[in-house]
Design a protein around this ligand. Structure first.
Ligand SMILES: [Fe+2]
Length: 351
């Protein structure tokens, strides 16, 4: 390693300590003159870059340590600092891409300080190889994505189980989930919350598992007592989902998805702000999807008739703003029929 003190100059104790400090540092310490030439290269820098100091002393930093595509930016940055004194990276910790002796590139953390010397300013760079840390971060992120993907696929599986028992509404929850997430997006929900709307809608009818299959599969119009029985699915859904520690209010979504803002819904007759926004959105998506689907006791409504249905009840049963967002979505060309049922396309974190 090259010394920082000029040869033949009598060393004092502090300069020897400085020398020890530089030689034993775990970070690469590289000194560069104002022309961009390397004038000192400590042992840690040798280890990080794979060069012996004698191989780089006197060479340009840009040629030896910086990938070709970034050399110009480095040279112009240095020229700008010398001309204007403007500190773009100096005195800050920045992440950069550096290049080893074998031309391989790696992520590094860099901080640079300028020091005045008799021959002009020199720059001391402290550099740490963070490629291992970056790789671990990427692996952690990928792992989190995989876990979330698996969670979503498991929820989809649960969603299909419910639909197997309820043949008249096959695919209903997935179509509602897609439409509700599109509405949440139009209402400018943050991405994480849109995922919650999607997931909550996918299993909003999970409580139907507690409803006898002869009621779910009964052809023709449901009897009043069947309807009363069917209404328990909100509470049952809540009981099934409540113990699961979702990062979204999934259990409350299932509980409240038949509540109306004027208090006419069920199971608790909640009003306005008492009802989660997510549930108010899913409620509207649920109605539109159900009306546009064929039922044994009535033909499918046209889209126009379905939108008229929710429009007439906006501000009474349904949130006015949510109804407006839903109608605007269809006017822009949204189509329930065009949904790809096997794609988890709405998950912001997976896209
Ligand atoms: Fe429902």
């Amino acid at each position: 390693m090259e010394t920082f003190a000029p040869p033949n100059q009598k060393r004092d104790v502090s300069s020897e300590w400085l020398q020890v400090l530089v030689e034993s540092a775990l970070d690469g310490i590289i000194t560069m003159d104002c022309k961009g030439r390397i004038i000192a290269f400590n042992p840690a820098a040798e280890k990080i870059f794979g060069y012996r100091s004698a191989q780089v002393i006197g060479c340009m930093v840009s040629e030896k340590l910086i990938p070709g595509s970034l050399q110009k930016a480095h040279e112009s940055g240095l020229a700008r600092f010398l001309a204007t004194g403007k500190k773009e990276i100096i005195g800050r910790r920045v992440e950069v891409t550096a290049m080893r002796v074998d031309q391989s590139v790696f992520d590094a953390e860099l901080s640079v300080i300028p020091v005045d010397s008799k021959t002009g300013p020199v720059f001391i760079a402290f550099l740490r190889d963070i490629s291992g840390q970056k790789l671990a971060e990427q692996e952690r992120e990928q792992h989190a994505i995989n876990i979330k993907k698996t969670l979503m696929q498991a929820i989809l599986a649960v969603s299909r189980i419910i639909e197997i028992r309820d043949p008249y509404t096959a695919g209903h929850q997935r179509r509602v989930a897609h439409l509700a997430a599109a509405m949440a997006k139009a209402l400018k929900f943050p991405e994480e919350r849109i995922d919650g709307v999607y997931l909550g809608a996918l299993i909003h009818d999970i409580g139907k598992i507690a409803v006898p299959s002869e009621i779910l599969a009964r052809p023709g119009k449901l009897l009043d007592e069947d309807i009363n029985y069917l209404k328990i699915h909100c509470q049952k859904g809540y009981e099934i989902l409540e113990p699961v520690n979702f990062p979204w209010p999934v259990a409350e979504i299932a509980l409240q998805h038949h509540e109306h803002i004027d208090g006419s819904g069920y199971p608790h007759g909640l009003q306005d702000g008492e009802i989660l926004l997510e549930s108010r959105i899913i409620c509207v998506a649920d109605v539109v999807e159900s009306l546009t689907a064929h039922r044994p006791y009535r033909p499918a409504y046209t889209l126009e008739k379905s939108l008229k249905f929710i429009s007439k009840r906006a501000g009474k049963c349904y949130d006015r703003q949510i109804v407006a967002a839903c109608i605007a979505l269809f006017k822009k060309g949204y189509s329930i029929d065009a949904i790809d049922m096997d794609e988890l396309t709405w998950l912001s974190s997976l896209s």
